[in-house]
Write a protein that binds this ligand. Structure first.
Ligand code: FES
Length: 113
């Protein structure tokens, strides 16, 4: 499954780069959707904030070695790609493009009909 959205998309301001410290996960809302935000060094990443295995928020999970661990059954997702990489999860979680413009972090989400 392709986990990256295609056009058209809307960019939503979710804060400043310093709002997202390295090694942590932060919940935001972009385009009306729950998003889990991550920083890895200078890179920012956005994943859909719902585990593909059950009803758990990834933003309640734990970041370790470039992966987010789901708080419910300890499934693992790559924070850069959303790929499932351990535990009971077999389906990737959607990832969203992130950019920094004029000192603000923006996340692209699909335009709602
Ligand atoms: S709900 Fe996330 S691993 Fe089960």
């Amino acid at each position: 499954m392709d986990t990256t959205i295609l056009q058209p998309a809307a960019w939503t301001d979710v804060g400043e780069p310093d709002d997202f410290p390295d090694g942590a996960v932060w919940p935001v809302v972009a385009g009306g959707m729950p998003i889990a935000m991550f920083r890895q060094g200078e890179s920012l990443h956005a994943l859909h904030d719902l585990c593909t295995h059950g009803n758990a928020r990834l933003s309640d999970g734990y970041v370790e070695n470039g992966r987010i661990e789901c708080p419910l059954h300890q499934g693992l997702f790559d924070i850069c790609t959303g790929a499932a990489c351990g535990g009971p999860v077999t389906e990737a979680v959607r990832s969203y493009p992130v950019r920094v413009r004029d000192g603000r972090v923006e996340v692209a989400t699909p335009l709602l009909p």
